[in-house]
Design a protein around this ligand. Structure first.
Ligand SMILES: C[S@@+](CC[C@H](N)C(=O)[O-])C[C@H]1O[C@@H](n2cnc3c(N)ncnc32)[C@H](O)[C@@H]1O
Length: 218
């Protein structure tokens, strides 16, 4: 629960800070692959923050029921407000809990949405928690990952390193984030048996939107 107060404090200024650093790129990344997700009636979204992807998801999938898990009550309050504006409050359940202790109902969900959430954790924590979060998906379930990745080479790599360093330093001060290294999220998902089916990168390869299914289901 270390990040709780930090994210509560950040909730009201989160979108502005994001815009100052990345313009519209992160919001474009959040919605980039919504059209490619085949169907989603039961959705689990972890760490959606102020609700900007959640709202788009509810509009895009008008029959979907969503469980949104976030440890910050201030972020969830903003989600609640955004969801009521799109009149979808009857399709959403909020759960204010530390996701590292959260156990999803096994096999219940068609879609697991991870928007700039996995970057809150170091690789050892993800190695423990990711399989638990993924266990909520049914056999045909998909993972929608939107997050930062370290670009592979050249100018993009050095630029990415600098921006990631700045962000880690900021979140360390603002939320008591403990790690300074971004885990290799695509590699972790591949190791756990998930195969990428769609991908859009932006911001010089620093920001990625990816869709995954179980390797055996392609
Ligand atoms: C970096 S912000 C990303 C917010 C949003 N998804 C976005 O696209 O900008 C991380 C979000 O995950 C939540 N979070 C961080 N660690 C968490 C944890 N251990 N359990 C539950 N939520 C957590 C924070 O409260 C915050 O809303």
């Amino acid at each position: 629960m270390r990040n709780l107060i930090g994210y509560d404090r950040l909730a009201s200024v989160y979108a502005i800070l994001e815009w100052l650093m990345f313009g519209r790129d992160l919001q474009c990344a959040r919605v980039a692959l919504l059209d490619k997700i085949p169907s989603a009636n039961q959705v689990l979204i972890l760490g959606d923050g102020d609700g900007r992807l959640l709202t788009e998801l509810l509009i895009h999938f008008p029959r979907a029921k969503v469980l949104s898990v976030d440890q910050s009550s201030a972020m969830l309050k903003r989600q609640d407000h955004s969801v009521s504006l799109v009149k979808a409050i009857d399709r959403i359940e909020f759960c204010c809990v530390d996701a590292t202790t959260f156990k999803p109902e096994r096999g219940k969900y068609d879609l697991l949405v991870l928007p700039f959430f996995l970057d809150c954790f170091d690789a050892p924590t993800l190695t423990t928690c990711l399989p638990n979060w993924l266990s909520g998906l049914n056999d045909d379930g998909a993972v929608y990952l939107v997050d930062f990745v370290q670009p592979e080479s050249g100018y993009a790599r050095w630029r990415g390193k600098l921006l990631l360093w700045i962000m880690h330093a900021f979140f360390q001060i603002a939320t008591d984030l403990q790690h300074r290294e971004l885990a290799d999220l695509p590699d972790l998902l591949a190791t756990l048996g998930w195969q990428q089916t769609e991908r859009i990168d932006r911001n010089n390869g620093l920001v990625t939107s990816r869709l995954y299914v179980r390797s055996s289901s392609t």
